[in-house]
Ligand binder design. Structure first.
Ligand SMILES: Cc1cc2nc3c(=O)[nH]c(=O)nc-3n(C[C@H](O)[C@H](O)[C@H](O)COP(=O)(O)OP(=O)(O)OC[C@H]3O[C@@H](n4cnc5c(N)ncnc54)[C@H](O)[C@@H]3O)c2cc1C
Length: 393
């Protein structure tokens, strides 16, 4: 039988992980990526338990392969520095999967290292055309015929705008700055990890990563700042002056060249159909931010992208000869979960961007045990057969 061909558009977490899942179940894959090379930006990602499980199904152990660090708890503080809540993350059972902090660049490297010879990574290729009659994707001069196109082209997805024009990338009116600090410059905080919430959606979160250094992220209202990194650093010091410890220590340990800024965007409304068919019976699927783009005020996008990819591998394993059935399996698994996370993300964004931050009031009024149960439910994700990958390991 001819090896089936998939084109994955975009080489972010969703695209690389989907390419890996496809290759595991026997597809030939071309990953088309606009950038000249993979993103090297050192951004720290928090992966929920479900993301760690999904990674494992793709053959990557977060702690052993990525040097990921599992925090014991995340504290939530108000702008005066008072603890308003705390989320215990160390499970009673030491064998349980735990959420981790992982560097995005390490995650990319590990995913790429696992891609076998059936995956071609094609850089400097911006997909601008998709043929929905005889399924293919391409740029201005080249065309890749395919049985399956996976759109993993992020929040601003070109493919989503073609298939689901009602679902738009929406600017959330905020910008995120972050930095990863090397161990010799990191303030020592004994594993401390916290989120400090202020008014108008202003927020500062940080994590001590022990021997791996430390990282922080600040969210501020407004758009991308055009100024030099030096001025951006000065602005951050001004915006967060008077904030409680250890904000000044983290900003003081940061060099302007460490700063990475990103626009906070989301997809709204959620696409009604994740899956479409072409005239010749080919299939198109949207995954990762292209399908669900949750704003990073609630850090879950990379976790969702990994869940999407593992679910794709599982669905294709369930129905190897029947793509219609495989896509039905995929939809049944993902639809409800993406809707629930999208609803939560929107609510979180609304509550946190008010003049008076309502997140802290809400967390203060909620017993920690309830908060933990709520968050645990949000990160609950299982596949009906979570050992599908063993056949291909
Ligand atoms: C500051 C910040 C902090 C975050 N923190 C967390 C966190 O702690 N935990 C978490 O789970 N998530 C976090 N997220 C969200 C997470 O990073 C994203 O949800 C996740 O990376 C989405 O991956 P993706 O592959 O779907 O999209 P992207 O990472 O956007 O990748 C899309 C890729 O497609 C390429 N592309 C786009 N258009 C085309 C085209 N037409 N042709 C070819 N290629 C194209 C792009 O160049 C890009 O490489 C954070 C996000 C930000 C901005």
């Amino acid at each position: 039988m001819r090896q089936r061909r998939a084109v994955v558009v975009g080489a972010g977490v969703a695209g690389l992980a989907s390419a890996l899942a496809l290759s595991k179940v026997g597809w030939r894959v071309a990953v088309l990526e606009s950038r000249e090379r993979l993103q090297k930006r050192p951004v720290l990602l928090f992966l929920w338990e479900s993301g760690v499980k999904a990674l494992r199904q793709l053959g990557i152990d977060a702690r052993l392969d990525l040097g990921a660090r599992a925090p014991d708890r995340v504290t939530i503080r108000d702008q005066a520095g008072a603890d308003v809540g705390s989320l215990a993350l160390a499970p009673a059972d030491p064998e349980s999967v735990r959420p981790v902090y992982v560097r995005q660049d390490r995650l990319f490297e590990a995913l790429v290292a696992k891609l076998g010879p059936s995956v071609d990574l094609v850089h400097s290729t911006t997909v601008s055309r998709v043929d929905l009659v005889r399924l293919a994707a391409g740029d201005r001069t080249r065309r890749w015929d395919a049985d399956f196109v996976v759109a993993a082209d992020g929040t601003g997805s070109t493919i989503r705008s073609l298939l689901e024009p009602r679902s738009k990338a929406v600017d959330a009116g905020a910008v995120a700055f972050n930095a990863v600090l090397p161990p010799h410059r990191a303030p020592r905080r004994e594993g401390d990890s916290a989120e400090i919430h202020g008014a108008h959606g202003r927020r500062f979160s940080y994590a001590d990563l022990g021997e791996n250094g430390a990282a922080w992220m600040a969210i501020v209202p407004g758009g991308l700042r055009p100024e030099s990194a030096q001025i951006q650093h000065e602005l951050l010091n001004r915006w967060f002056s008077g904030w409680p410890d250890p904000v000044a220590a983290y900003l003081g340990a940061t060099r302007p060249e460490d700063l990475v800024q990103s626009l906070v965007r989301t997809v709204d409304p959620l696409p009604t159909g994740l899956h479409h068919k072409s005239g010749d019976g080919g299939h198109l699927l949207m995954v990762g931010d292209s399908a669900s783009g949750t704003a990073p005020v609630f850090p879950v996008g990379a976790t969702v992208a990994l869940e999407d990819a593992a679910t794709l591998g599982w669905a294709l394993h369930q129905a190897p000869e029947d793509m219609d059935a495989a896509m039905d399996h995929y939809r049944m698994q993902r639809r409800g979960r993406l809707q629930a996370l999208h609803r939560f993300g929107r609510r979180h964004l609304k509550l946190s961007s008010r003049k008076r931050n309502l997140i802290t009031s809400l967390v203060r009024a909620t017993p920690d045990a309830w908060l933990e149960r709520y968050v645990r439910n949000l990160s609950r994700w299982e596949l009906p057969d979570d050992m599908w990958w063993v056949d291909y390991a």
